[in-house]
Ligand binder design. Structure first.
Ligand SMILES: O=C(O)c1ccc(O)c(O)c1
Ligand SMILES: [Mg+2]
Length: 611
């Protein structure tokens, strides 16, 4: 279907927005009046730019507070409309969005509203312009789509139809099945926006928190399905008012927007309403585990000691690159001293994902506008298919030690180090990646659409100097889990200027792992006694178990599916390790303990009383 976006969804001046929209592959735009008013470009120039960029101007909007008013105001409103019709002719736009009035002048009289809209449509028709009437969720008398449609039906004018906006419909909890009662030729336009589930005033919710489909909590695919079942064949147009997108890079937001529409069309195509003209990208190739986590580091010294204590052995080096492979059972860590990020490290720079089909995974990613990374490799090295995640982390698609595919591990032929005594670590349980705050929604949509991971709910965790927003994405079976974190970095001098990332290692016996780490010296975060006092109040785990947790600095959580024990190492550069043990089917990440961890990590260094 044709894809369009409202200029209000992006940051910057109008000309830049048009370029970003075209580059992301959209077919058309809704010109938001304020963008035009503040632009130095004449309407004719905007028209020409859009045409040169291959964009159709689908809609001009909004025209406010028009209908069901006393005669004097009606005359002024019609005069205002004539000016806008003239402007639209210069712009080459033939569809005007009229949103339901919020003015105290408007009266609750559907017949009058219909009469006025008929009059407006008649005037518009003389310019070849069609009127799309939309119910704002906070309209004074008309606030739901069925009411707006009844008025349009009553007015019965060929140049008057309705505009459906998913936000106004779903934010009020209206039943979208009613859409199927509207004839397709009377649905003049369809605007799409998602939103996170929030309990707040609907106008504030709409103006500040809308997001792209798949980033919030609404069932957009269901709604679009109802619209398509009417036979609607017009564009799918994104209209997102969002404080963060307003400040982010327009080109990037436009690609995020396009990714959301491709993924939305795909979901609709899979439903019974699926229409022939919907985009069907290659199916997601869902990863089946972690192949490795790569840490970029200025030297291996700092990390090799810690890895050895954690039970890892250096199993090889790369013949042509300064990269070491450290392994323990199914957990593999690469230390890279030659990457662009190495000097500023240690930092988590790349993740290897086990996948049934590396080439298919890259095709999928490419179809959703993920940047594919060049394969800079020597001829004898295993092919590595990789894409860049929104935060710059490289994602490699791997088949480790499978007969059907060259294994990246075969490249690591160098001299292995001394065999360390294993410490019970079996695999990488999850990784926690830090997101730039203005690309947080982009990241969750990326992992959901590109890799087929499922997002959990979004959490806000207290940090002594701010808040940590966190959202996990994972496969259904939990073999791949990622925590996406964004820290609102505070102005306090104790707050870190770059938020931390971590690799969580799964242990089959975390008590044994913890004993080893404790015996090796001061490697773990010191968890306050107050935490353990509270833990005893909340859970009765038996005297012995409580004593062990306290002694070893282990944290505890449980959910309806099982228990969770975990610990944290101190931070090296930007990274630290977590060790976790899931007992039973525990699904979480110990989020309740995160504020304790953050407080300990961010505590200012203790000042000695003597000195
Ligand atoms: O917030 C508003 O006023 C507004 C304006 C035009 C729209 O199409 C809309 O959905 C909301
Ligand atoms: Mg709208």
């Amino acid at each position: 279907m044709r894809k369009s976006i409202a200029t209000v969804s992006l940051s910057g001046p109008l000309a830049g927005k048009l370029t970003a929209i075209a580059e992301a592959g959209f077919d058309g735009v809704e010109i938001f009046e304020n963008d035009l008013l503040s632009s130095p470009l004449a309407p004719e120039e905007i028209r020409r730019r859009a045409a040169d960029l291959g964009l159709s101007i689908e809609l001009f909007q909004p025209f406010r507070d028009f209908e069901a008013v006393p005669p004097g105001i009606l005359a002024a409103n019609l005069r205002r409309a004539e000016h806008k019709f003239a402007l639209m002719e210069r712009l080459g736009a033939s569809r005007l969005l009229v949103c339901s009035s919020v003015s105290p002048d408007t009266v609750a009289d559907d017949a009058l509203a219909a009469e006025h809209l008929r009059l407006l449509a008649d005037r518009a028709a003389a310019h070849g312009i069609r009127i799309a009437y939309e119910a704002l969720a906070w309209g004074r008398h008309v606030d739901d789509f069925e009411h707006a449609w009844r008025i349009v039906e009553m007015a019965d004018h060929p140049y008057l139809g309705t505009c459906l906006d998913s936000f106004h419909i779903l934010s009020r909890g209206s039943d979208p099945r009613g859409i199927e009662e509207i004839p397709a030729e009377k649905i003049f336009f369809l605007q799409l926006a998602d939103a996170p589930p929030l309990t707040m005033d609907v106008l504030q919710w709409s103006r500040h928190y809308r997001c792209f489909p798949g980033q919030g909590g609404f069932d957009l695919a269901g709604l679009v399905g109802h619209v398509l079942r009417t036979g609607y064949a017009g564009p799918l147009s994104l209209e997102v008012f969002n404080d963060v997108f307003r400040q982010a890079d327009a080109g990037r937001t436009a690609r995020d927007a396009m990714r959301s529409l491709i993924a939305l069309e795909e979901s609709v195509a899979q439903s019974p309403a699926g229409a022939a003209e919907l985009t069907r990208p290659p199916r997601p190739v869902v990863p089946t585990g972690f192949a490795f986590a790569e840490l970029a580091t200025p030297d291996t010294g700092r990390l090799s000691g810690l890895l050895t204590t954690l039970g890892f052995t250096r199993t090889g080096g790369h013949p042509t690159k300064p990269v070491e492979l450290w392994a323990q059972d199914g957990a593999r860590i690469l230390l890279n001293t030659g990457s662009a990020q190495s000097a500023a490290g240690p930092a988590l720079s790349a993740i290897g994902l086990e996948t049934p089909d590396p080439a298919g995974a890259v095709e999928r990613a490419e179809s959703l506008l993920a940047p594919v990374l060049p394969r800079s490799r020597a001829p004898h090295e295993a092919p590595l298919d990789a894409v860049a995640a929104p935060d710059g982390t490289e994602l490699f698609f791997c088949r480790t030690a499978r007969p059907d595919h060259p294994s990246w591990t075969d490249d690591f032929t160098g001299v292995p180090g001394d065999l360390a005594e294993a410490a019970g670590i079996t695999h990488i349980d999850h990784v926690a990646l830090t997101q730039p705050w203005h690309y947080f929604d982009e990241a969750s949509l990326f992992y959901r659409s590109v890799l087929g991971l499922r997002p959990d709910e979004s959490l806000e965790l207290a940090d002594p100097y701010g808040l940590l927003r966190s959202r996990a994405v994972a496969t259904t079976d939990g073999t791949v889990r990622m925590a996406l974190n964004v820290a609102y970095v505070g102005a306090h001098p104790g707050a870190p200027d770059t938020p931390w990332q971590h690799v969580a290692l799964g242990s089959r016996d975390i008590v044994a792992t913890a004993r080893r780490l404790n015996a090796a010296g001061d490697l773990l975060l010191a968890i306050p006694d107050n935490y353990y006092d509270d833990l005893e109040a909340r859970h009765d785990l038996g005297v012995e178990r409580h004593r062990t947790l306290r002694e070893l600095g282990l944290l505890y959580d449980r959910d309806p599916y099982g228990e969770f024990l975990h610990l944290y190492t101190r931070t090296t550069g930007r990274v630290f390790f977590e060790v976790v043990q899931r007992i039973g089917g525990y699904r979480g990440y110990g989020a309740g303990n995160a504020p304790i961890r953050l407080a300990v990590q961010h505590a200012p260094p203790a000042v000695s009383a003597r000195s």
